[in-house]
Design a protein around this ligand. Structure first.
Ligand code: 13P
Ligand code: SF4
Length: 330
């Protein structure tokens, strides 16, 4: 079902008009519902701190997909964005998968419309199609192997050298992979608005003021940002790096939500969110990720809505490329 159509359905059911008294203890209620409904709450590192703190598991997109594939809970509550909940549903079609806000989309996933992508693939036959997990189910159905930023290098290296590759949708991750694997790939021209907003000038100014800091970056960032980074990795990779590095201070070029977990796991170290080009904006925060709140988490668990639905034929096509990724990532 298309996202807009699903939102309309919820509006028609009156779900989006629900108002609550403000004296509810959401943490207590969520804990009760989790037990009653045998639910598991999965949260991405970019979620608000209070959501990360109440989740059963917080992880990067690969770890979250792996958890979703193996959970024995009856209901998966996905505190992340739509493509992540959709991936969980594709992997586990018999389970109920709900998310706090159906409008939590992704600029990167939106930058790859299925009809255009299908035409692009047709123009380049004999290519293996590798797509980043930040895509719709329709794109995954057109893909041979899905990847995340944690396993992308391994996935590209698993493809025979003489095999041409299409990589979609992130042009920055694609260019970075070409550099580290030495493989030529045909890149789709998409990007994440958060990772494209970082200002190299402001990052370097910050570094001049904090010469003891290390700059670390997510590979969705632009090349000039990656060039000055001491370490480049997925959100899980960045988290692991700050725990093991001897440095005490870090300028972190990815969505600022990860700083919560970093501060928790390395309480004596200092973390500074990399600044964006625009003055006075929260550009290093993903507006989609931040749509999820404790109140919406409570509501979605209480009413088991909004839930993710996927047509069976689409699920069957899309699961193949995700399973290939999980197989190679073992
Ligand atoms: P990872 O969780 O794979 O690092 O990806 C981050 C991301 O862009 C999620 O939107
Ligand atoms: Fe999508 Fe970027 Fe937000 Fe991740 S941070 S969900 S890639 S828009």
């Amino acid at each position: 079902m298309k996202l807009t159509q699903a939102i309309e359905n919820l509006q028609n059911k009156g779900f989006l008009d629900i108002h609550l008294e403000d004296n509810i203890d959401y943490v207590e209620e969520i804990n009760k519902l989790r037990k009653e409904k045998n639910a598991v709450i999965l949260a991405h590192y970019y979620q608000r701190p209070e959501i990360q703190d109440i989740a059963d598991f917080v992880g990067d997109s690969l770890a979250l997909a792996q958890k979703a594939a193996t959970t024995d809970a009856d209901m998966i509550v996905f505190a992340g964005v739509h493509f992540m909940a959709e991936t969980a549903k594709i992997l586990n079609p018999s389970k109920k998968v709900i998310l706090p806000d159906l409008k939590a989309g992704c600029s990167l996933a939106d930058s790859c419309p299925p009809n255009d992508f299908e035409a692009f693939i047709k123009q380049h036959p004999n290519h293996v199609v590798v797509s980043y997990v930040n895509t719709s189910a329709e794109i995954k159905a057109l893909t041979d192997i899905v990847c995340t930023s944690s396993n992308a290098e391994k996935i590209i290296n698993s493809i025979p050298n003489n095999q041409p590759i299409i990589f979609a949708p992130d042009r920055n991750l694609g260019a970075y992979l070409m550099k580290i694997t030495g493989r030529e790939m045909l890149l789709w021209d998409g990007a994440c608005l958060v990772h494209e907003a970082f200002s190299i000038d402001k990052i370097l100014d910050l570094y001049l003021q904090n010469p003891d800091a290390e700059i670390i970056a997510h590979p969705e960032s632009q090349e000039h940002i990656l060039k000055v980074a001491k370490y480049i990795g997925s959100t899980a990779g960045l988290l692991n790096y700050v725990k093991t590095s001897s440095a005490q201070k870090f300028i972190v070029a990815t969505e600022a939500g990860i700083l919560h977990k970093m501060q928790k796991e390395a309480p004596n170290k200092t973390f500074i969110a990399a600044p964006a080009n625009e003055a006075n904006c929260n550009c290093s925060e993903c507006a989609y990720m931040k749509l999820n709140t404790l109140k919406k988490l409570y509501l979605c668990m209480k009413y088991e809505l909004p839930d993710v639905e996927i047509e069976e034929s689409l699920q069957k096509k899309a699961v193949k490329s995700i399973n290939r990724m999980l197989e190679i990532s073992k």
